[in-house]
Design a protein around this ligand. Structure first.
Ligand code: PRP
Length: 184
């Protein structure tokens, strides 16, 4: 029996595959110009950032070091700055390095704010962030990414790294799910 297609669950495409590809190229160029040959430690935040991370670094021509972290935010209610728990840590030191965090999305901002602070506290020479998606209307802490692919409204989105219940991360675009998918 053929597996059910992910496409059947999609209500609409919010950011197309073509738009993502174009924007990823633009971001890579801007980042390379800003870093101007400085070797960079590019930190991908698992799992959501994987698709974006891989496409972004392949558009760069400068020397980079790759490393990954997995964190979960907790205590992030609407009136707290929350905190993060490290589930998988970097395998290298960030001391005196220029660090670029690559994330799929900034939502409340709790994860990014804590990540930036953590890496600066560990002695990074600089810490910037590149996110594919930004939901500014959801922010509960004061933090931003220096490089943003797309600002999007407060809709639940999946694809290109983003999941619902662990699924849809391997879609080539960003889309919304049909309401009935949530009620299954
Ligand atoms: C998502 C996303 C960010 C974080 C953003 O991760 O990848 O890390 O949430 O939310 P915030 O701005 O409200 O902190 P998630 O914990 O869902 O894990 P995943 O990357 O494995 O999907």
């Amino acid at each position: 029996m053929k597996n059910r297609s992910m496409m059947q669950d999609i209500e609409k495409v919010l950011v197309s595959e073509e738009a993502i590809k174009r924007r990823v190229c633009e971001l890579a160029q801007v980042i390379e110009a800003d870093y101007d040959g400085k070797e960079t430690l590019v930190v991908g935040i698992l799992n959501g950032a994987v698709a974006f991370y891989v496409d972004l670094i392949k558009e760069m021509d400068s020397f980079i070091e790759m490393n990954f972290m997995r964190v979960s935010s907790y205590g992030g209610g609407t009136n707290t700055t929350g905190n993060i728990r490290i589930l998988y840590d970097l395998e290298v030191s960030v001391a005196d390095k220029h660090v670029l965090i690559v994330e799929d999305i900034i939502d409340s901002g709790v994860t990014m704010k804590n990540l930036k602070k953590l890496l600066l506290d560990r002695g990074a020479a600089s810490v910037k962030a590149c996110v594919l998606l930004d939901k500014p209307s959801r922010r509960i802490v004061d933090v931003d990414a220096e490089y943003v692919g797309f600002k999007i409204p407060d809709e639940f989105v999946v694809g290109y790294g983003l999941d619902y219940a662990g699924k849809y991360r391997n879609l080539k675009f960003i889309g919304t799910l049909k309401p009935e998918v949530y009620t299954h």
